[in-house]
Design a protein around this ligand. Structure first.
Ligand SMILES: Nc1nc2c(c(=O)[nH]1)N[C@H]1C(S)=C(S)[C@@H](COP(=O)(O)O)O[C@H]1N2
Ligand SMILES: [Mo]
Length: 355
């Protein structure tokens, strides 16, 4: 292996903010640089718990094992290529996105990587259904949990219940936005788990275990859990393991945002886990909530773009956005503290300076 930098993405460009205080090099998307619906590969946030491994696709194998399978199987890329190919547009969002706002609200840092709002991206993923891959090894009727494991130094792994693993849109992605999967995003093969926390979408897959009992790793017991005084511990976890991501919205501006005065349009994105966003409202300087226009692409487990016409006047403004999903879930005014700083989805008062 060459002298691998923490991130394979050589020089982060203007599309990125690097995240201080992360365990490794982590980079978040600068939402102000997004122009289209999909997040381009070069701008897609990266969350690594150990440095990006460079894996030889030619010799790569995926091992399927465990007592929830009829037999052990080892597959290469040619075996995956023989399975039906599927393409899905899906978001991946880190459970810790917007974590930095816990410090703002409570005066101390929660968890580690101090993300602002950019630990989310939407891409078009192409690959094969995890269900079709597992079928090669014969999934037993009494299988309970599936444990995908990465080939990175930490052997990152986060279990999934069998029902989610076998869902029609849980896929092993081999390409992203029509390009081969880049190293930073899990080449040669990663999971994409619709609507769930990013940690479920294990990168650099090397092994998948299927078991007839519940499985636990650091990543569903000691991190990516809602832990703290307001949450009951679900032993052996220190809190409530995070699964589906909650409804949240963002403005496509830096923080603080800067725009010229005059007739303009505010743009942003809203997302709600496995569901679809039903509406987005915007309030400027504590004014009435106004309905934003939603973009054409609005499907479950991906964001919807929103926009609103605005007559921007010179000075400092505060813009609030709130999204509501099809189930009627709306962003809260505040989020109680939790130790790992996950699932921050409160309505943000976004400072915007008009020159
Ligand atoms: N093997 C492995 N998979 C992983 C991780 C990791 O560190 N190692 N990080 C997870 C986390 S916490 C997130 S938020 C997503 C980020 O995916 P991305 O880097 O492609 O944006 O990958 C997940 N998959
Ligand atoms: Mo994450």
């Amino acid at each position: 292996m060459p002298d691998t930098p923490d991130l394979d993405k050589s020089t982060p460009d203007a599309s990125f903010l690097s995240v201080p205080n992360g365990e490794r090099a982590n980079a978040e998307t600068r939402l102000s640089q997004l122009t289209g619906y999909l997040t381009p590969i070069h701008a897609f946030y990266v969350r690594n718990h150990s440095p990006t491994p460079i894996i030889d696709a030619g010799t790569w194998r995926l091992r399927l094992e465990g007592d929830g399978l009829a037999r052990e199987v080892s597959l290469g890329l040619a075996d995956l290529a023989a399975l039906p190919r599927i393409t899905r547009i899906r978001a991946i969002e880190c459970a810790g996105n917007a974590r930095t706002f816990f410090e703002r609200d409570y005066g101390r840092q929660a968890g580690n990587a101090q993300w602002q709002r950019g630990a989310i991206g939407v891409a078009e993923w192409t690959g094969v259904r995890l269900a079709d891959v597992l079928a090669r090894a014969g999934v037993r009727e009494d299988a309970v949990d599936v444990l995908p494991e990465g080939l990175d130094a930490d052997r990152f792994s986060r279990p999934l219940p069998i029902e989610k693993a076998l869902a029609d849109d849980t896929l092993i992605a081999l390409s992203m936005n029509g390009e081969p999967l880049p190293a930073d995003h899990g080449a040669p093969a990663r999971l994409v788990v619709s609507g769930w926390l990013g940690a479920a979408s294990v990168k650099w897959l090397g092994r998948i275990k299927v078991a007839r009992r519940r499985l636990y790793t650091h990543w569903n017991t000691q991190d990516y859990t809602l832990a703290g005084p307001d949450y009951p511990a679900q032993a052996p976890a220190d809190g409530v393991p995070v699964t589906v991501m909650p409804v949240m919205s963002f403005i496509d501006l830096d923080w603080p945002g800067r725009m010229p005065a005059g007739a303009t349009r505010l743009h942003g994105r809203a997302f709600s886990g496995e569901g679809r966003v039903a509406h987005v409202e915007v309030s400027i300087d504590d004014g009435p909530w106004q309905a934003a226009d939603l973009g054409d692409i609005n499907q479950p487990a991906a964001w919807v773009c929103w926009s609103l016409a605005w007559q921007a006047t010179v000075g400092a403004h505060e813009i609030r956005v709130r999204a509501t999903d099809e189930q009627g879930n709306c962003q809260p005014e505040s989020v109680p503290w939790n130790d790992h700083g996950v699932l921050y989805n409160a309505i943000l008062a976004h400072p915007v300076e008009i020159a």
